[in-house]
Write a protein that binds this ligand. Structure first.
Ligand code: ATP
Length: 308
């Protein structure tokens, strides 16, 4: 299937000589939720700004549904909705006015039924006549989403949609995003919350210091997540793993005093009972046991560290 967004070797060096983005290539599939995960300053906003045509790239090209963001800006931009990080909505306008006005800016014909649907979907309908300044932070964020959806885009960018909001509001926002995807909108979001990527994304990209260091299906990451390690501390150190324990794929610590067994948590049989029996049969006496679950955070930290 033709991707809805194609990013081809897009790099950015700002006028002060700072390279915020090393050449990035990425294709976004229609209908997916893609989460770009990275620490503050990694280049997430820079990449989104280039894709949406707000900043020009120093190299490479961006195509949205086949339209080049530079040479066919209007066509490309009409397919994109952008929810910015900052709350920049017009304080004195009503919710209804600001959303319908934004639709007009894109040259779209007035369509009250569509605006009504967007406001209802975002549970803003009761607030349609309220001035933006009177709304709570969570409601203001919903207004930003409604504005971004006003011209019926197929591809929605959310730049740090839940930065600085409380846990309840974050979960609420996650539901909103899932509903949008279910209505057929492709979602590209940036976040520095690992949990957010884990909760929502179909695919995750990790960006660090302007470099896209990983793009993977979330399911594959979860597969890694689903691993656990059992470390067995021995009463007496050994020089090598006894051959009869080979099938367990044990890792012997450098000091010979512990063995680590890796298993999948999702499986009914972990193999732990068999391992303990085999250790006993091999004459190894245990001092202590320890288990540890790997998390997306570990994977993320490992990645960032190994690439340092
Ligand atoms: N106009 C600019 N001129 C020079 N450097 C810039 C400019 N805009 C951003 N940068 C730098 O580029 C780097 C990437 O910034 P960017 O805003 O893309 O990061 P980010 O991943 O979105 O982080 P955050 O989550 O904090 O917004 C940062 O080091 C930033 O200081």
């Amino acid at each position: 299937m033709q991707p809805i967004l194609t990013i081809d070797n897009v790099g950015k060096t700002y006028s002060n000589g700072f390279t915020a983005l090393k050449p990035v290539s990425l294709a976004i599939r229609k209908g997916e939720i893609f989460a770009l995960l990275g620490p503050n300053g990694a280049g997430k906003t820079t990449l989104i700004s280039i894709i949406c045509g707000l900043t020009s790239a120093s190299s490479g090209s961006v195509h949205v549904a086949g339209h080049d963001i530079e040479t066919a800006y209007r066509q490309a931009r009409s397919i994109i909705g952008l929810v910015p990080q900052e709350l920049t909505a017009d304080a004195f306008e009503t919710v209804w006015a600001t959303v319908s006005f934004t639709r007009g800016l894109f040259g779209k014909k007035r369509n009250d039924a569509y605006v009504e649907k967007v406001l209802k979907d975002l549970t803003l309908w009761d607030k349609r006549d309220s001035k933006i300044m009177t709304l709570s932070g969570g409601m203001k964020r919903r207004v930003l989403i409604a504005k971004a959806l006003a011209h019926e885009p197929d591809l929605l960018f959310l730049d740090e949609p839940t930065a600085g909001v409380d846990v309840e509001l974050r979960r609420d926002m996650w539901r909103v995003v899932q509903d949008l995807r279910n209505s057929g909108v492709t979602i590209f979001l940036t976040t520095h919350y690992i949990e957010e990527a884990q909760e929502m994304a179909d695919r995750v990209g990790v960006i660090r210091k302007g470099e896209l260091i990983l793009v993977e299906e979330k399911a594959a990451l979860m597969e890694k997540l689903g691993r656990k390690e059992l470390t067995v501390h021995l009463q007496t150190a050994i020089d090598a793993v006894p051959p009869q324990l080979a099938e367990f794929g044990l890792l012997l610590a450098d000091d010979g005093a512990s063995l680590t067994y890796t298993y999948k948590t999702g499986h009914e049989r972990t193999g732990i009972t068999a391992l303990l029996r085999a250790l006993d049969d091999a004459g190894l006496r245990l001092r202590d046991l320890e288990t540890r679950q790997s998390t997306l955070e570990d994977i993320f930290i490992d990645l960032v560290r190994t690439q340092a």
